[in-house]
Write a protein that binds this ligand. Structure first.
Ligand code: AMP
Ligand code: GLY
Length: 425
């Protein structure tokens, strides 16, 4: 099958590597891709956010499935345009993608579906923000009500910092002031065909820039999967996944369907396991980045069949996807200055040596061929992911970090404590 993957991050590289690992021998095309993706797929010159351009390319090039990686094409209506022309597409239409794009929409859907989440107040003015901060108390959580690539959120004890954050976003709309939810975070992905869901295996993401969860929120600095500590709390991964499927994913998908905005694609549930039960902090309408980089290498079933069945409304043909017992750890290498103002254009070295470490591969994010034609340069904030797979977390982790030692990027930053606690326990 000819599959077109839209996007340019390590998530899209991970999706492509999973599709290529199948025996079927798919032909993969990507737009816009990156230097790493260019080694594994055919790059096509195409504006991934232009519904008409993507549709006419898919028709003329006989594409059997389009997989949309990032949120921007979803919000631009690329999936709607493809679906209108009968082209199978994995990714929700514009209306359902609001589940990610509008925090207020997501809160309303959750309320209608009876899905547990923190209390939230939508504020349009500084006075409303102040009242909400006082009502909900510290720690304060303030979110921009729109797409901000994981960077529109502040969680702080400092009321003045919370207000200053609100001031940044109020001029362009409203903000959400939320109740702080305490507990470990879990990302759980569901494939949805519009009225049925199939869960994948849970992962944990490290959102803060620095070791020990210090520094600003980022798009995600590392991840691991599975989560062995779910055993103690829920009696195992399956029991946890069953609970979230029943109480969160299914009601949300049913609600969206009932409202005439069926969700076909990946439902990403960002969860906090509070003392009072599992609660949703956010939904995304796409695969998570970097969690995908640790979930897909463990997937046993062929990914293409799952995505195509979801896109065609036939997930009932599949049993719950199976995952290998192997564990996966990923660490993000980011540019100096990330997340506020990443320095770009610097040389990137040692990737072959890194990928030569047993059990390790590199998923590219912001990489491009150097103008000189010799080697690679970093072109953005999150540059690449080193992914290590092993039989234990100690093994996967040491493989990942020893591979990182081979990589050179002036000013490059990465966390040294990804999956450290899970190794200790
Ligand atoms: P979001 O973009 O909504 O996923 O928020 C980014 C990160 O901020 C989350 O992964 C959490 O670590 C943190 N966060 C967001 N909302 C809350 C909340 N209500 N309580 C505690 N932490 C939160
Ligand atoms: N890892 C967080 C996200 O994909 O939004």
């Amino acid at each position: 099958m000819k599959i077109l993957v839209l996007g340019s991050g390590a998530r899209e590289h991970a999706i492509i590597l999973a599709l290529l690992s199948e025996e079927a021998g798919h032909e993969i095309l990507a737009a816009p891709g990156n230097a790493g993706i260019a080694n594994d797929a055919t790059i096509v010159e195409l504006d991934a956010n232009d519904p008409a351009a993507v549709t006419s390319f898919a028709l003329s090039d006989n594409i059997g499935l389009v997989v949309i990686g990032p949120e921007a094409p979803l919000v631009a209506g690329v999936a709607d345009a493809l679906r209108e022309r009968g082209i199978p597409v994995f990714g929700p239409g514009k209306a359902a993608a609001q589940l990610e794009g509008s925090k207020a929409f997501a809160k309303r859907i959750m309320e209608s579906a009876g899905v547990p989440t923190g209390r939230a107040v939508r504020a349009h003015t500084r006075a409303e923000v102040e009242a909400a901060l006082d009502e909900l108390g510290a720690p304060h959580v303030v979110k921009a009500d729109g797409l901000a690539a994981g960077k529109g959120v502040i969680v702080t004890e400092d009321r003045a910092a919370a207000l200053a954050h609100a001031d940044t976003y109020l001029p362009s709309g409203s903000v959400l002031v939320e109740e702080f939810l305490a507990g470990p975070e879990v990302s759980l992905f569901f494939l949805s065909d519009g009225d049925r869901v199939l869960p994948l295996s849970p992962a944990q993401d490290f959102k803060r820039l620095g070791d020990g969860d210090s520094g600003p929120n980022t798009g995600g600095m590392g991840a691991y999967s599975p989560l062995p500590w779910l055993l103690e709390r829920f009696g195992g991964e399956d029991a946890f996944v069953d609970l979230v499927t029943r109480d969160i994913a299914e009601p949300v998908i049913r609600q969206l369907d009932a409202e005439g905005t069926p969700f076909i694609g990946l439902l990403y549930a960002g969860l906090i396991l509070t003392e009072a039960g599992v609660k949703v902090i956010e939904f995304n309408a796409r695969f998570g980045d970097p969690e995908t980089q640790v979930v897909l290498p463990r997937l046993v079933d062929p990914l293409s069949a799952l995505l195509l069945s979801a896109a065609s409304g036939h997930l009932e043909d599949h049993a719950r996807p199976a995952f290998a017992d192997a564990v996966a750890v990923t660490v993000v290498l980011a540019s100096e200055g990330y997340p506020s103002s990443p320095v770009t254009g610097r040389a990137l070295t040692g990737l072959d040596a890194a990928a030569g470490v047993d059990g390790v591969h590199v998923a590219h994010a912001a990489t491009a061929a150097a103008d000189s034609g010799d080697g690679l340069v970093a072109t953005g904030g999150r540059v690449l992911n080193v992914v290590g797979v092993g039989t234990t977390f100690a093994e996967a982790r040491s493989r990942t970090y020893s591979a990182l030692e081979h990589i050179g990027l002036e000013g490059g930053q990465f966390r040294t404590d990804i999956a450290a606690r899970v190794v200790e326990s």
